[in-house]
Ligand binder design. Structure first.
Ligand code: GTP
Ligand code: MG
Length: 217
């Protein structure tokens, strides 16, 4: 595992940011129901069932802030979470690539996801979650392309690393890093997480503190 690129003061600032209670703010099923483009938005995107909602719960130290489920298609709207003392807004997104859902629904979600990612001026960072067991798929690459074309800064997060042997995880990391090497808006470093075990949460919190600082300066 690579050494943490964060100073201990950044890890501490991240811990503090997420030590205060985060709350559900609102949900939007269509773009016209989104709130005005104020604040600093950070969105969590990824295939259905990759662990977006679970990651938000782990990040905010809450068991059931975001609704999770064993079956794909749980999150069906853009769900906003806020906290009193910060302009940050965390956005839990519906998953894409859920093959068993009705075609009209899949189209609706896919359109919503791409339109949101391409057209939000205050979207400071997108975390694109990739299941460590499965790696990047075509549907992921379509989302990365939208983000590259819109020049929205994004970083990949491997999820569910508790389900993968260290050697396989290393190979997955190398292959994924190679696959995104030429993508213009992608962070070259990939975060490694397990919401179940808490792995990577201090680093992700510290990364979010950096996003906030960049937006303020
Ligand atoms: P949609 O809202 O349907 O797109 O799914 P999602 O990406 O929000 O996934 P969700 O957080 O609902 O998690 C899907 C399933 O994966 C649940 O059964 C979780 O318990 C499981 N899961 C999430 N994170 C982890 C993890 O770190 N490790 C393991 N082993 N399972 C996880
Ligand atoms: Mg979800």
């Amino acid at each position: 595992m690579p050494a943490s690129p964060f100073k201990s003061s950044e890890i501490e600032a991240g811990r503090k940011l997420f030590a205060t209670e985060w709350d559900f703010a609102f949900a939007a099923g269509t773009l016209d129901r989104l709130p005005p483009m104020t604040g600093v938005e950070i969105a969590f995107a990824g295939r259905s069932n990759v662990g977006k909602s679970s990651l938000i719960n782990a990040l905010t130290n809450r068991k059931a802030l975001a609704r999770t489920s064993n079956t794909p298609g749980r999150t069906q709207e853009l769900i906003y979470f806020t906290m009193a003392d910060t302009p940050l807004r965390l956005v839990d997104m519906p998953g894409y690539g859920y093959a068993e859902a009705p075609k009209s629904k899949v189209r609706e979600w896919t359109n919503l996801i791409h339109a949101y990612l391409a057209g939000r001026a205050n979207l400071a960072r997108v975390y694109v979650l990739i299941d460590a067991r499965h790696g990047l798929k075509d549907v992921d690459n379509a989302v990365l392309k939208t983000l590259d074309q819109s020049a929205v800064s994004y970083q990949l997060i491997l999820t569910k690393t508790d389900q993968v042997k260290p050697k396989d995880l290393e190979a997955r990391l190398t292959a994924t890093a190679a696959a995104i090497a030429k993508r213009p808006a992608a962070f070259p470093e990939i975060l490694v997480t397990s919401s179940r075990e808490g792995e990577g949460m201090p680093e992700l919190r510290a990364a979010i503190v950096r996003v906030l600082k960049e937006r303020r300066s």
